[in-house]
Design a protein around this ligand. Structure first.
Ligand code: SF4
Length: 714
């Protein structure tokens, strides 16, 4: 535990999955005046912060903060808000059953908030209709990890980027979306000029500034490229047959399928829209380098075949033994600060708490631990399906927490219709006016960054404390408190006795350790990856002072675990990793004469999600002031569009107005529109309305990188 000045508090950034540590200094509590710096002692960022993290102190205004509970537009007391919310949910459950209600939550919640939300829905309401906006972000890697490793485990750590000799960044504009990882790679390249970086992305993004090779791949064809790599590694006899023999299953079938789909490099080049020479270079670099990291993000995940794409990447690492070793491994770059914490406590509709799947043993285990006989026994509705079910009336009450699905979900106009029809909509948020709060019957004022207290888990499995820097404004309360009060009012008083985030964290650690041993004499006991057994005795003071630590944290690894799978043991029944046969599939929605362009959506450097916080910092709005459409000069000419003019972008689902940015970095046939603008900020600039609702059949993650679209002058 490090000593800090009395008015400085160590906490973590509110934004991306890098999970940077911050030292906040409070200058004037009443004026909410603080300054922030990178925490030099935090092992995930060592003092570095990007533009968004640096500007956090400028986002603490109370302008438009939701400061009181409100019901149908009128301020009401907390007592009434809690009773009304509980009564509405109970009435609908009594009339229509537990699956008629739902929670839609967020990677912006802290782990403790997430834990109680999941416990209430899956453990006591008895439905699994709880899903999170992490579905839009990390659902595909979650399923792929489970298929390959038997568990949702990220094998490596950020330290590996310092030791790698080849870093493959695929579907990731790391420079803008995970800037501190990008800076780390840049530094590693300065320290080791032999380090090569390959960027695989249809766009020539800012990340290409450090690329030794950029592969401007045709949208959606990544699995062909990685299957081709596997076939080529085999042909060049660069597979690690000893590693495969000892630690891997499924090799023969996976390899023969890869050879069938992608052994001809000329064919791979055609499908992927790349030159044969570039593909040869990539394959040669990969096969000739032992320390390879393949880091991937939304360009891989947000696809109707996202799970398969992730497995195609993992396959080449398993087949070459480049996993569980310093400087080597597949690496999922998570989008949100607590996308991983949410997965740990069962925030996704298709998994239970503590990384348990819906097996009979796990359901019984949870029933014993929570002392509930109504633990949900099957997966619930994933995000897109959930809002479809609201729209068609199967789900009649929804509680949305810390997210704005009216902006961020695909086919977002349908989400509006769904909420308009919904019998009861509760929204917990720190902002009063968002595109989603306007549909709420009940508004519940929640704490924001700088006021909350709890933990988050970043992309390298590192749990860090997020600490309150300022007191709660108005009547705002922590999300865990709000959920706990509603749970009590619904009749579950004994099971939700929490008085602090610490008490919830303690229960969370105890559940992770509950019956979590490997005992070959008892088939009901299995070892699970997520285990915090060495933290179960943490008292309030120790929790308060908890320093960043990577799970698992057990008696064998009391200081945490830097790297997983070093011993070649995986969490599958056989203990071996699974190579997964991947038959590449093209995106679901084909292009047409009417919609001949591929719409790709994503983040920009200085904004976060729907901008409810980042737009409050003037310096962040200077980077890009309004919604824009990037398109290649050839497409601009074809569609009579001049750089800087207003254009109408449309798809089969909706349309928006944005300014044309004619840009050679865009691949011909592809357009890019940022995801951030809302109707509140730009009345016709909401891209979610344009995105097609196709999803991956395994993960339910939407295909936000590929919607057939058209642009024309406005
Ligand atoms: Fe770090 Fe991400 Fe925050 Fe930037 S946005 S400071 S990279 S956690």
């Amino acid at each position: 535990i490090k000593t800090v000045e009395p008015n400085t508090i160590k906490t973590t950034c509110a934004y991306c999955g890098v999970g940077c540590g911050i030292t906040a200094t409070v200058h004037d509590v009443d004026k909410r005046l603080i300054t922030v710096q990178g925490d030099e002692q935090h092992p995930s960022n060592f003092g570095r912060l990007c533009s968004k993290g640096t500007a956090l102190a400028d986002t603490l205004t109370l302008d438009d903060r939701l400061l009181s509970p409100m019901y149908k537009g009128e301020k009401i007391s907390w007592d009434r808000a809690i009773k009304e919310t509980a009564d509405q949910f109970n009435t609908i459950i009594q009339q229509h059953g537990p699956d008629a209600v739902a929670f839609y939550i967020s990677g912006q919640l802290l782990t403790e908030d997430y834990y109680v939300a999941n416990k209430l829905m899956k453990g006591f309401i008895g439905s699994s209709n709880i899903d999170t906006n992490s579905r839009l972000c990390m659902a595909s890697p979650t399923v792929a990890h489970k298929r390959a490793f038997g568990s949702d485990t990220v094998p490596g750590c950020y330290d590996d980027f310092d030791h790698a000799e080849l870093i493959v960044l695929t579907g990731s504009n790391t420079a803008w979306c995970h800037p501190i990882i990008f800076q780390r790679i840049k530094k590693a390249k300065e320290n080791n000029p032999a380090l090569k970086v390959v960027v695989i992305d249809p766009r020539e993004t800012e990340t290409c500034a450090i690329a030794d090779l950029h592969l401007p791949i045709q949208s959606g064809t990544d699995a062909f490229l990685f299957n081709g790599l596997l076939a080529q590694l085999s042909k060049a006899q660069k597979l690690d047959l000893d590693y495969i023999d000892q630690n891997v299953e499924g090799f023969v079938d996976t390899l023969s399928s890869a050879i069938e789909s992608a052994s001809d490099i000329r064919n791979v080049a055609d499908i992927c829209g790349l030159s044969e020479a570039d593909i040869h270079t990539f394959y040669e670099w990969f096969s000739g380098t032992n320390k390879v990291i393949s880091a991937y993000s939304q360009g891989i995940n947000q696809s109707s075949s996202g799970t398969d794409k992730v497995n195609a990447i993992i396959n080449v690492h398993l087949a070459t033994g480049r996993i569980g070793k310093i400087g080597a491994g597949p690496f999922s770059l998570t989008g949100q600060p607590n996308a991983m914490g949410g997965r740990e406590v069962g925030g996704l509709a298709n998994q239970l708490a503590a990384h348990m799947d819906f097996t009979e043993d796990n359901i019984n285990r949870l029933s014993r631990f929570w002392q509930s006989d109504v633990v949900s026994s099957s997966p619930g509705l994933k995000a897109v399906d959930l809002f479809d079910a609201i729209e068609d009336g199967r789900v009649k009450a929804v509680w949305i927490m810390a997210t704005s699905p009216v902006d961020s979900l695909p086919n977002a106009n349908k989400v509006k219709t769904a909420l308009e029809k919904c019998q009861f909509v509760a929204v917990s948020d720190c902002m009063q006016h968002t595109d989603t709060t306007q549909y709420a019957h009940m508004l519940l004022p929640a704490l924001g960054w700088g006021e909350k207290d709890g933990t988050v888990t970043n992309s390298e499995r590192r749990i860090s404390r997020q600490r309150a820097v300022l007191p709660a404004p108005g009547e705002a309360k922590s999300d865990w408190w709000i959920i706990t009060q509603v749970a009590k009012a619904m009749g579950f008083e004994k099971s939700f006795p929490y008085q602090s985030a610490h008490e919830i964290f303690k229960e969370h650690t105890q559940l992770s350790a509950f019956e979590n041993t490997l005992d070959i004499d008892d088939s009901t006991l299995t070892k699970r990856d997520f285990n915090l057994s060495a933290l179960t005795t943490l008292n309030q003071q120790q929790y308060h002072k908890l320093t960043p630590i990577q799970w698992p944290v057990t008696s064998e690894s009391p200081k945490g675990t830097t790297r997983m799978f070093e011993d070649g043991y995986y969490f599958t029944p056989s203990g071996k990793a699974q190579m997964i046969t991947v038959v590449p599939r093209q995106p679901k929605a084909p292009l047409s004469k009417e919609y001949p362009l591929i719409l790709n959506t994503g983040r920009i450097r200085d904004q976060w999600h729907t901008m409810s916080r980042t737009a409050l910092a003037p310096q962040l709005n200077n980077h890009k002031a309004e919604p824009f459409v990037e398109l290649h000069p050839a497409d601009a000419t074809r569609h009579n569009i001049a750089d800087g003019e207003l254009v109408l972008a449309s798809t089969a689902y909706g349309e928006m107005i944005a300014r044309a940015d004619v840009n050679k970095g865009q691949k011909p046939g592809h357009i890019f529109i940022p995801m951030h603008w809302t109707e509140q900020l730009s009345s016709k600039g909401r891209v979610g309305a344009l995105v097609n609702p196709a999803t991956d059949p395994l993960s339910g993650q939407p295909e936000s990188k590929h919607t057939p679209a058209m642009v024309k002058p406005y």
